[in-house]
Design a protein around this ligand. Structure first.
Ligand SMILES: Cc1cc2nc3c(=O)[nH]c(=O)nc-3n(C[C@H](O)[C@H](O)[C@H](O)COP(=O)(O)OP(=O)(O)OC[C@H]3O[C@@H](n4cnc5c(N)ncnc54)[C@H](O)[C@@H]3O)c2cc1C
Length: 471
């Protein structure tokens, strides 16, 4: 049977498409165009969708035209920022992709200490532009991720304990709504929309620009420290107590990983499964060594210790080479309040069974500054949790998929009973309405009401979807 999206797309006349293409400054790409296959590619090669149209937007005018065209022609719409989303929610089959990759400016205002960031900018664009002025915006750990998706979902990374989630630094967003109107959301304008945008994902409209508050930060004292996987139980038990009680300047996420079999990794470690913490001390440089001394002392000399002074932008792109676009990815996630001894025992079991070299498990601390925001102050509902956990099966080879998906699912099932219930929406696959509801917890009802006000017909539904509340 032909899907509704395909029917709507096939009803478009050539004339209508030509007219639409003429209204988009960045151009419209269609199946058969020489650049179609390149333009429809996203970061996760496990997802292979074929949109009917890709609108390459260059400004809010293009976005307004695209939203109006989609609504008037009943087209399925996907919003693409950086294209990194795990389940590929930046694209769709048979619909219109609103591709924001052409809107990637960053304008730093050093006097107001703010940065205006285009809706399709990448984290690396922001890190580069802000570093020149000695500022940062907290975000994720891979610089090719899109500011749009990561921010609207929350934004967890190297600086979460020091400066909060990305959304805690958001002051304002310009949004094209489902009816084609353009509004600004902030604490003073459309405050309900501003609340929902901070964690509610792309459910409410297309954000054409973000205004962030800037934080002063010189170089960080940062990098990975690795230990033999035989020490994982000890390391995890020490880590859980250390990070929860550490000052806000200390960030460090735990990982199970396999050392890549390439330089510059030491030959004797290449291909070994290990555990480690990627640190980021964001206080005065002179204090970094003392702040992380307990980690160096706890289990003897780490097997690899690459912690030292570096620009935040260097830390934030350190792993880009290990994770290039085009690998197969399968994600499973949950929030955790505690790491019990029993949970640690399960972690160690599955950490020892990483199915491929790039597969990994990360525990991101979300306490410190991020944990001092109330659960209902933004749409992000798990401020009282201590960790956002993600296990990802990753491989360049689709032949590994069955094995790595089975590992990620079994690992998740073993840990889920210890979890807080929901997951960080940016680290989930497409797991259905119940998981979305669980992930917004007590904020779901209010989100559904805001959705009904700003997108009553659920035009923006290619996302971790919040259904509009019934009227
Ligand atoms: C290698 C890798 C590393 C990652 N590391 C981290 C990390 O450290 N911390 C973290 O928090 N997350 C991380 N993530 C997850 C990441 O936050 C999500 O994948 C996020 O969806 C990526 O955003 P994007 O704009 O690149 O994605 P896209 O695929 O382009 O978009 C995803 C969704 O975001 C929405 N969206 C994007 N831009 C806009 C916009 N301007 N307006 C409205 N809606 C928009 C849309 O609903 C879309 O469905 C990582 C992902 C990958 C693949």
């Amino acid at each position: 049977m032909v899907s509704t999206a395909a029917t709507a797309a096939s009803n478009l006349t050539d004339e209508a498409i030509q007219q639409f293409a003429g209204s988009i400054r960045g151009g419209v790409i269609r199946p058969g165009d020489p650049n179609y296959d390149e333009a429809r590619k996203i970061y996760n090669a496990m997802i292979d969708k074929r949109p009917a149209l890709i609108a390459r937007c260059t400004d809010a005018g293009d976005v307004i035209a695209a939203v109006n065209f989609a609504r008037e022609n009943d087209l399925l719409v996907a919003i693409r920022g950086g294209g990194h989303n795990g389940p590929g929610l930046g694209t769709c089959d048979d619909g219109l992709v609103i591709d924001l990759s052409g809107i990637k400016y960053v304008r730093v205002d050093p006097v107001a200490r703010t940065a205006r960031v285009g809706g399709g900018a990448l984290l690396g664009d922001v890190d580069h532009a802000t570093r020149a002025f000695g500022f940062v915006i907290p975000s994720g750990i891979i610089s090719t991720t899109g500011v749009g998706g990561i921010t609207l979902g929350g934004g967890v990374g190297h600086l979460t304990r020091t400066f909060g989630l990305s959304i805690d630094n958001l002051l304002e967003a310009d949004v094209v709504l489902a009816d084609g109107s353009f509004v600004t959301a902030s604490k003073d304008q459309n405050a309900d929309l501003f609340w929902a945008l901070r964690g509610g994902g792309g459910n409410f409209g297309v954000v054409t620009s973000f205004l962030f508050r800037l934080n002063s930060l010189g170089d960080v004292y940062a990098g990975p420290m690795l230990w033999d996987i035989d020490k994982a139980t000890e390391v995890l038990k020490w880590y859980r107590d250390f990070i929860v009680n550490a000052p806000d300047e200390v960030n460090g996420w735990f990982a199970f990983l396999t050392v890549p079999p390439v330089a510059p990794f030491p030959e004797h470690l290449q291909g070994k499964k290990m555990c480690g913490v990627v640190w980021c001390y964001a206080g005065p440089q002179a204090d970094g060594e003392a702040a992380l001394a307990p980690a160096r002392a706890a289990f003897g000399t780490p097997a690899l210790d690459w912690v030292g002074p570096m620009p935040y932008s260097a830390l934030n792109s350190m792993f880009d080479g290990i994770y290039p676009a085009g690998h197969q990815w399968y994600w499973k996630a949950d929030f955790f309040n505690e790491l019990s001894d029993e949970a640690i025992a399960r972690h160690v079991e599955f950490g020892n069974a990483l199915p491929t070299i790039p597969s990994t498990m990360h525990l991101y601390p979300i306490n410190g500054r991020a944990g001092r925001v109330g659960n209902d102050e933004t749409a992000w509902a798990y401020r009282d949790a201590n960790w956002a956990q993600v296990m990802v099966g990753v491989s360049p080879d689709p032949a590994d998929n069955a094995n790595m998906i089975a590992w990620a699912k079994a690992y998740w099932e073993a840990l889920h009973p210890h979890s807080a219930g929901g997951a960080y929406v940016n680290m989930m696959m497409d797991e259905g309405a119940d998981r979305v509801r669980a992930s917004y917890g007590e904020n779901y009802t209010k989100l559904a009401t805001v959705k009904a006000k700003y997108d009553p017909n659920n035009l923006f539904r290619v996302n971790q979807n919040i259904k509009p509340a019934a009227g």
